[in-house]
Design a protein around this ligand. Structure first.
Ligand SMILES: NC(=O)c1ccc[n+]([C@@H]2O[C@H](COP(=O)([O-])OP(=O)(O)OC[C@H]3O[C@@H](n4cnc5c(N)ncnc54)[C@H](O)[C@@H]3O)[C@@H](O)[C@H]2O)c1
Length: 314
């Protein structure tokens, strides 16, 4: 069975996603799409020039939506990060006036291609944009997934792991709800060194509030350093794609539609070839439950305000 992935939007993020896919051999066929034809063609040629020195081969098609008809996965990295550079705000909604329209247009083309796989959304503000992609493509809700707080959770793991001088993969637990300012680390879910972190924090001198803030603002620290972020998000998106391709049924904190909260938001789910195959129910503390409800309300309000639902296709 061949593995086919489409990447739409070849800016800093999309081109890093594509490079990771090509260099890691995650797909047999790769479709690259961008309105900036010069850039996407140049990237495709650059990848093909890498092929002779790579361990695996990838077939690459450029700017052809019809190629998505039989793709397993499409990844949206469409965006306009210049808006963030022009208006430094620490708020991912700064891109929304552009991305809501771009996502709706791209989603229409994905739908017209006959694509029937799993759509992974990176474009910010990711929870609201994931809703738009689902509404316009009409794909089942469990087939449209935002990378959500998979990235923020890995930022939290990095901060905890550095404090304890261990591998971030030896930290488990989640940042929840919005890939944005209302997110929070659900400390009741975080375990390390075989214990709940809440039992270790005082003894090890770990300031949980500071790490929570670190995870929330980590992206902006990287952004201020180089004007974009790419490696960590590309790793998260390609991991998610690989979990789908392998039908791995991995527990991941990704943006998925939670019926009881009426929104796409990050909450751990089991992910496999059929997208979100099982939704989890965490035992959160009362304080965390309050934060969760508050974040869900914020996400819903922002989505309503934007009139993004106008993009829904009946
Ligand atoms: N979810 C996350 O954790 C996360 C992390 C980092 C970045 N992002 C987001 O990912 C997106 C991409 O980031 P970036 O730094 O690569 O931005 P960028 O501005 O460098 O690149 C965006 C690309 O999208 C292309 N594009 C725009 N409209 C398009 C359309 N209609 N069809 C096809 N291509 C189109 C542009 O030509 C450009 O090449 C942004 O929205 C950014 O905020 C999300």
């Amino acid at each position: 069975m061949t593995r086919k992935i489409g990447v739409i939007g070849m800016g800093s993020v999309g081109s890093t996603v594509a490079h990771y896919i090509v260099s890691g051999g995650f797909a047999d066929d790769l479709v690259l799409i961008d309105v900036n034809e010069k850039k996407v063609k140049a990237d495709a040629l650059d990848f093909e020039d890498a092929m002779a020195n790579l361990p695996t081969h990838t077939n690459i098609a450029v700017n052809d939506y019809s190629e998505l008809a039989d793709a397993d996965i499409v990844i949206s990295a469409v965006g306009k990060l210049q808006l963030q550079r022009d208006n430094p705000s620490n708020d991912r909604f700064i891109e929304y006036p552009f991305t809501q329209k771009a996502a709706a247009a791209v989603a229409g083309k994905i739908k017209d291609s006959g694509f029937n796989g799993i759509l992974i959304v990176i474009t910010n503000p990711v929870d609201a944009i994931t809703s738009i992609y689902q509404a316009v493509t009409g794909l089942p809700k469990n087939h449209v997934i935002g990378t959500g707080t998979l990235l923020d959770s890995s930022r939290m793991k990095r901060a905890v792991a550095k404090k304890l001088h261990i591998d971030p993969r030896s930290v488990s637990g989640y940042n929840l709800v919005e890939h944005g300012n209302s997110q929070f680390t659900a400390w009741s879910t975080v375990r390390v060194l075989g214990k709940p972190i809440t039992e270790l924090a005082d003894k090890e001198g770990i300031d949980l509030d500071k790490i929570d803030e670190d995870a929330r603002m980590g992206g902006f620290v990287v952004f201020r350093g180089k004007g974009y972020t790419n490696y960590a998000i590309a790793s998260a998106a390609v991991r998610l794609a690989d979990v789908v391709l392998n039908d791995a049924r991995t527990e991941l904190p990704v943006s998925n539609y939670r019926e009881e909260l009426g929104a796409y938001l990050s909450y751990p789910a089991i992910v496999g070839r059929d997208g979100i195959v099982q939704q989890l129910q965490l035992d959160l503390t009362d304080e965390e439950l309050d934060k969760l409800q508050n974040c869900a309300t914020i996400i819903n309000e922002k989505f309503e305000e934007s009139k993004a639902k106008d993009f829904a296709v009946e």
